[in-house]
Each structure stands twice: as structure tokens, then as C-alpha cells.
Design a protein around this ligand. Structure first.
Ligand code: ASN
Ligand code: ZN
Ligand code: CA
Length: 340
């Protein structure tokens, strides 16, 4: 007999978190029947191998985490379950965010769940979406822990949302917009969770950055990482998509929060505009609604930054009216990152 059970997890980055489990006989599975049966498996150091990677498929399913009680993990990497708790919690919060903010039923919009694989490879400092599921490395264990933070979980699942909506091609400017979309919604997931152990900010990956606590990218001032760009130029299309995303990330930060200095999670944020203008933010909720509508209604596989300006203006017009404060802020924020 299969039934739903309440459980709890001691995560690495999010404290003690509630979990919904699947009870099968006397065993509890890390599998959530209330969120499309989303579950988490242990790869125990395995990778997919060259052929699977070549074909763009993840071939190994891993072993479903199960327990004889309803508690998983111990809050440290000494338990293999702890990273699994973060991953499962990340999929839960991301599921709930998309439902609450946009009425979207999971990554695919169908109510179907997905799954997480943790402990991929050896000291692997990355995480990825492969069209079907999320996979997380353990980090190198010195500078980086397992990449299972909330913002990265939201980032990876949002690649699935983009793939199933606009389908932004993962190269050139559309690739930068694809990456920015994942940073934007990964960050919105972190704010939505309102978890005191991982408060919302515009840093990406600060929780698994064991030494510096700044993560891999930041949205208020993307260029501060030395690789990303704050401002659009005609050569942005030649950058790695994780750097050309800076233009979109910077736009979103300015639209949501504005150009005046602020603090999030105890970290000072400041966002220099490219044209010396000041931008008044319209708030995260409105900015997220505009980006989601642009992504799901107006953007296509080949949308570039100029097209994203048009798409978000159309979305703001639909949601708030042409000439509304929100509509005008979209135009001002794009101009502040040298788009249009
Ligand atoms: N973590 C990276 C990302 O999701 C993996 C990749 O390069 N696709 O963007
Ligand atoms: Zn990505
Ligand atoms: Ca963050």
C-alpha cells in the first residue's frame, strides 16, 4: 500500500525543512506525491558516460533515497542524504513558486514531476538540466560544497520551463536570455522560500560558496565577476551564455529593485546603470510577472535582447497598461543596460 507521509529533512543550506514522502510498507521514499511524484536519487559518484553525454541524454537514474523513518539527512555532508534533502526541498519550493506566482503546474506545465540526481561524479562543481531532470555535483569540497542551493535548484528547473515555453536557443543572445531567465527565476525562488537560513539576494550560488559566500554570479552588478557584462554591445552575442546573461540579469535587477543601493541577506547590492540614469524599481512580483509573460507569450527560440525589450514591453502593456508605471519602468530599465 502506497501513501503520503509527512517527514522532515536536515539540509545543508536551508536548515530543517518539511518533506512529503511516499510510504511503501515500512519504507519511506524521498518522493513527493503532492508535487507530481518528484523524487531524488543517489548517483554515488557515477556519471552518465561519454555516449549518453554525446547524445544529450542522462542515462543513469541512480538509486531512490529511502529510509526506515521519516527523517532524512543530518545537516552535513557526513550524511549522503543531506544534499538530497536540499535538492528535494529545492524542487518543492520551485514547484510551489511556479504554482503560486503563475499558476504553472510544474516544469512541464502538465502536473508531471521530474527528479533530482545528487552526488554526480567526483568533485564536480556544476549542476545541470538535461531536458528531463536535474543533476547536482558535490563541489570540490574545499571551495564549493554540493551545488544543491535553492537558487541553483530554481535555476536548473527554470531551464526546463524555458525549454517548454519560449525554447530560447542556448547560444548567442538568445542563450544569454535563456541563462538570465534561469538566474531570474532561481532568485525569485530563493525570495519565495523566505527561509532564514538562505535569505533572498541577487547572488547566484552564495550558499555553496564555502570560502567567499558570493557565488558564481550576481545580478545587481554582473560585471563585478570579471567576466559577465552589465551593458549590451554588439559583441555580447560572442560571449559564453553565462556571461551574456549579465545584460538580462542587470535589467531585471534594475526593474525590480531600482538603481539605489540596497541590502539583501546582509549583503550590500548596488547597480550602476550604463547611461547614468536612475531607475525606480517596480518590485519583484511585478517584474517576475512581466518576465514570465514575455517568456511564455512573446519570446521565441531566436529572441535577442532587442526582441526581449519588445516582449517585456508587450507583457507590461498586457498586465498593467501601456503608459503605466510598470510599462515605463521596463523601457527605462532596458535603456539603462543599453538595449534600445
Ligand atoms: N550549471 C550550468 C547551467 O545550468 C550548466 C550549463 O552550463 N548548462 O547553466
Ligand atoms: Zn543555466
Ligand atoms: Ca542567492
Amino acid at each position: 500500500e502506497i501513501q503520503t507521509a509527512d517527514g522532515s529533512g536536515q539540509s545543508l543550506y536551508a536548515g530543517n525543512v518539511p518533506l512529503r514522502l511516499t510510504q511503501s510498507g515500512s519504507s519511506y521514499q524521498l518522493k513527493d506525491p503532492t508535487r507530481g511524484n518528484t523524487y531524488t536519487t543517489d548517483l554515488n559518484g557515477a556519471t552518465d558516460g561519454a555516449l549518453c553525454t554525446l547524445l544529450g541524454l542522462g542515462c543513469k537514474a541512480g538509486t531512490l533515497f529511502t529510509s526506515t523513518d521519516t527523517s532524512f539527512g543530518n545537516g552535513s555532508t557526513s550524511s549522503r542524504e543531506s544534499a538530497a534533502v536540499d535538492a528535494q526541498y529545492g524542487t518543492n519550493v520551485t514547484w510551489d513558486f511556479y504554482q503560486a506566482a503563475f499558476g504553472r503546474n510544474g516544469i512541464f506545465g502538465t502536473g508531471a514531476g521530474s527528479y533530482n540526481r545528487v552526488h554526480y561524479g567526483n568533485k564536480y562543481v556544476n549542476a545541470f538540466w538535461d531536458g528531463e531532470k536535474m543533476t547536482y555535483g558535490d563541489g570540490d569540497g574545499v571551495n564549493y560544497g554540493p551545488l544543491t542551493s535553492l537558487d541553483v535548484a530554481g535555476h536548473e528547473m527554470s531551464h526546463g520551463v524555458t525549454e517548454n515555453t519560449a525554447g530560447l536557443t542556448y547560444s548567442g543572445e538568445s542563450g544569454g536570455l535563456n541563462e538570465a531567465t534561469s538566474d531570474i527565476f532561481g532568485t525569485m525562488v530563493e525570495f519565495f522560500a523566505a527561509n532564514p537560513a538562505d535569505p533572498g539576494d541577487y547572488l547566484i550560488g552564495e550558499r555553496f560558496d564555502l570560502k567567499n559566500h558570493v557565488g558564481l554570479r550576481r545580478m545587481d552588478n554582473p560585471a563585478s565577476d570579471g567576466n559577465s557584462v552589465n551593458c549590451w554591445t554588439s559583441s555580447v552575442k560572442n560571449l559564453d551564455v553565462h556571461y551574456s546573461s549579465g545584460v538580462g540579469n542587470h535589467f531585471f535587477y534594475l526593474l525590480a529593485e531600482g538603481s539605489a543601493p540596497k541590502s539583501f541577506g546582509g549583503v550590500a547590492h548596488s547597480s550602476p546603470t550604463c547611461n547614468g540614469s536612475s531607475v525606480a524599481g517596480i518590485g519583484r512580483d511585478a517584474a517576475a510577472q512581466i518576465w514570465y509573460r514575455a517568456l511564455t507569450v512573446y519570446m521565441t527560440s531566436s529572441t535577442n535582447y532587442a526582441g526581449a525589450r519588445t516582449a517585456t514591453l508587450n507583457a507590461a502593456r498586457d498586465l498593467y497598461g501601456s503608459g503605466s508605471t510598470q510599462y515605463n519602468a521596463v523601457a527605462t530599465a532596458w535603456s539603462a543596460v543599453s538595449v534600445g
